[in-house]
Design a protein around this ligand. Sequence first.
Ligand code: TMP
Length: 390
Amino acid sequence: MPLANSFRPVNEVDTYRFELKTVFCTNCKLFQIANQPEKELMFHAKYPFFTGLSKNMTNHFKSFVQNSILPHIVSKRDPFVVEIGSNDGTLLKFISENSIRHLGIDPSSNVVERAKKTGITSLNEFFSFSTAQVIKEKHGKADVIAATNVICHLPDLEDLFKGVKELLADDGIFIFEEPYLLSMLNLVSFDQIYDEHVYIFSLLSISNVCELHDLELYDAESQSTHGGSMRYYVCHKGKQQQSNRLQKGLSIEISNGLETLDTYIQFEKNCEKKKGQLIHLIQNLKKQGKSISGYAATSKSTTVLNYCGIDSSLIDYICDSTPEKIGMVSPGSNIPIVSIEYMHLNQPDYLILFAWNHEVEIMRNEKNKLIESVRWIKFVPGVEIFINNG
Ligand code: TMP
């Protein structure tokens, strides 16, 4: 596989490849990729992802702050909130506008610059135990450490949890949300697996990781974002009561076989089956002379395209709203990335919805913008052709 976000100009050769292979630990129950490329290759000054581009996600982060962060700090004098992987400051903006002390940490300088411009205090660093020590020294301990869709990106979980343990105030909480393993298995959304997602977490695995660091998972709340995510609530061991919904969630995972290897072997079979169905559909449409394009050059699409062997001979272009991606070609599959406006002017017969996790937002945006004959293709949960009903 190439790197999921290695969008590049058409004349630039990209030979970097790594083996994308998943493993499951029957001991600690972590599901993860076996090899991860060097982190500096993935998170750098040209990281092409800006959280604030999605209106739905921006609203989601607003409610994350209102429902999960603010209630915990409302009674505190001068609380301090840290966000790991703060990107362009979309989440911390809802903290800073309440005049709450905060610090965002992100390794990609371009997104950090954007955050700083909007008044978000940000540090351009990878979060680690040593960064946690420096932050603690300078700002004191954190009442809340938050992270969204980022903990699963960090290979050294050991160091990360050591850092959290170091930086978290005695009664502080660490809240993070990530794509959820049981949702991925149920939806066969294998495109959640790519270089940046080292882990796909479950309640069982996070409980085990916390245990190793004298921390405790005390609550969890499922989320509909990213095709099924889980919000984890962690505290110092023994500081909070374990919630009923967490206990219920753990039993559901056990009854769905998340502890056993067979479940993952079945997942592999389900992935192969879906791959066959998607290729078959696209090749058939192509044989009928239909034009096919993609909607949204997501990180996930790199896995779909390269795993299924779909390239520019089958798909004419992928449209996307991110200025940094437009004019580039897709990693490995070399499909041109164009603007949404270009797609409106050059409408295909079929549009493959690569951002299936943003379906509602995209269908709303595209309602009445496409000619009636355009059909959509999705592959999560199943491979199907559909019409935008708004
Ligand atoms: P992600 O699934 O890796 O978060 O990437 C989302 C991509 O989808 C990003 O490149 C922006 C693109 N996108 C659109 O082009 N239009 C949209 O309406 C939405 C929600 C996303």
